[in-house]
Design a protein around this ligand. Structure first.
Ligand code: ATP
Ligand code: MG
Length: 416
């Protein structure tokens, strides 16, 4: 991608109507555009990051047998009456709308009521279980406050997976696999070291749910953490009894703030019951299907990474989700510099290395500031000086010093 062609621009000033650091940085870098509190447009570079995160999640869901689907935002009222979730007193963050004939619809905040009736059409025997559809889809929630940028949207991207199992043992087996897949996702997006699986409230069907809490002072949740034992407990369930059950004492725990970037939940028959989703077991008896749900806030993860891995110069993307791997800054436009830069751009592109090519007519300082603000993992500089010396200047986003390298070594580093 040539920066001279990109329609977005960076900006130096802080957006006045945005309090959250993640959104301030993403707006300044031109990754997102704020429409209103909790509602953002994703621009070319921001969409790349969002898609990269989605793709990692997709790969890990597919690896445990997930089957990707896409359900609608528009939701049928009667389905939610079946589970008693239509009433605004029970679900307080609904966005609702109407057809022209007056019948009411909702905008989906979660999709159990959409999926269970679908599944009911296709299964009738224990042999059909287990399986787990998932989607990466826009959710609508009329959140009371939306001041945390991408971390609390009123319209946001979520991955939601739902598992269907015959027995508790079958359910537990999948639940365990999902936990492991979640760990791999957090590692791959670059926040694994600060994300802890956390005991949280489980609703009426299981004692606990498991939240994935990413430590941050910007987090809204209070959790109690033992790093030594790798155990975390959400404040909402912390009791003496729970401490004994999970095997820690209060003295082992530090109080920290966390961002709930994901959670997994055993649903039991909470949704399969009302819709009478049941199959014949081996003995020919009807068994109500056991469900689980597994959510990750895709856009919340993006906001979290922006918030936590940034520095005073801007964003710092892990290579796995960065909009490009290399920021190629061409300084000046004498023919030898232009041809050296064009050549490297083409070469790297052929090697499938994504490059943001700063071919604009701008001062070096401005280009370096943009490279830092955009948070691209590697910056390569080509100038009259480097061309004359037959080298390329390479600097990792997080490194203090740049180094001068011949082309083969440069490419070797960038390929690895
Ligand atoms: P929270 O307690 O933060 O409101 P939740 O318990 O309502 O989250 P779920 O309904 O389980 O969350 O949704 C699954 C995941 O979706 C959450 O773990 C979180 O990562 C993400 N998520 C939830 N609400 C939002 C939101 N308003 N904006 C962005 N991501 C969200
Ligand atoms: Mg919520």
């Amino acid at each position: 991608m040539r920066l001279s062609q990109l329609f977005t621009r960076t900006r130096k000033d802080h957006p006045a109507d945005e309090a959250a650091k993640n959104a301030q940085l993403l707006i300044r870098a031109g990754f997102v555009h704020k429409e209103m509190a909790g509602v953002y447009s994703y621009l070319p570079l921001g969409l790349k990051v969002l898609n990269n995160i989605s793709q990692i999640i997709r790969e890990e869901m597919n690896a445990i047998g997930g089957q990707e689907i896409l359900m609608p935002a528009l939701q049928i009222k009667e389905r939610y009456e079946t589970t008693n979730r239509w009433d605004d007193k029970i679900v307080d963050n609904w966005f609702k709308t109407k057809l022209s004939n007056g019948s009411e619809l909702g905008l989906g905040f979660s999709h159990e009521e959409n999926l269970v009736p679908i599944v009911k059409n296709y299964i009738n025997s224990y042999k059909d279980l287990p399986f787990a559809p998932y989607q990466i889809q826009t959710k609508f929630r009329n959140e009371l406050r939306s001041k945390s940028g991408l971390m609390r949207g009123r319209e946001f991207l979520m991955k939601d997976m739902y598992s269907f199992a015959l027995t508790q043992q079958q359910h537990n087996g999948f639940y365990d696999q999902a936990q492991k897949a979640y760990r791999r996702i957090y590692d791959r997006v670059g926040i694994g070291d600060r994300t802890f699986m956390t005991f949280a409230s489980g609703g009426s069907f299981s004692k606990f749910s498991h939240e994935f809490q990413t430590l941050s002072d910007a987090g809204e949740d209070t959790i109690y953490l033992s790093r030594a034992k790798n155990i975390a407990i959400n404040k909402e369930v912390l009791t003496d009894e729970v401490l004994v059950e999970v095997g820690v004492s209060q003295a082992d725990l530090e109080e920290v703030k966390g961002i709930e970037t994901g959670n997994i939940f055993s649903l039991g028959t909470k949704f399969s019951g009302p819709f009478d989703l049941a199959v014949d077991d081996e003995a020919g008896n009807k068994q109500t299907v056991l469900m689980g749900c597994y959510g990750i806030g895709v856009s919340r993860v993006m906001g979290t990474v922006a918030e936590l891995l940034s520095d005073d110069r801007g964003l710092v993307w892990p290579a796995s989700i960065a909009p490009a791997k290399v920021y190629l800054a061409r300084l000046g436009n004498i023919p030898s510099v232009v041809s050296a830069a064009d050549e490297l751009y083409e070469e790297l592109t052929k090697l499938n290395i994504e490059v943001i090519y700063d071919d604009r007519d701008m001062r070096p300082g401005e280009k370096f500031a943009d490279a830092d603000l955009l948070g691209i993992p590697y910056r390569v500089v080509i100038s009259e000086k480097t061309v004359r010396a037959g080298t390329f200047e390479l600097k990792a986003r997080t490194a203090k010093e740049a180094e001068l390298l011949p082309k083969e070594e440069l490419i070797k580093t960038l390929v690895s």
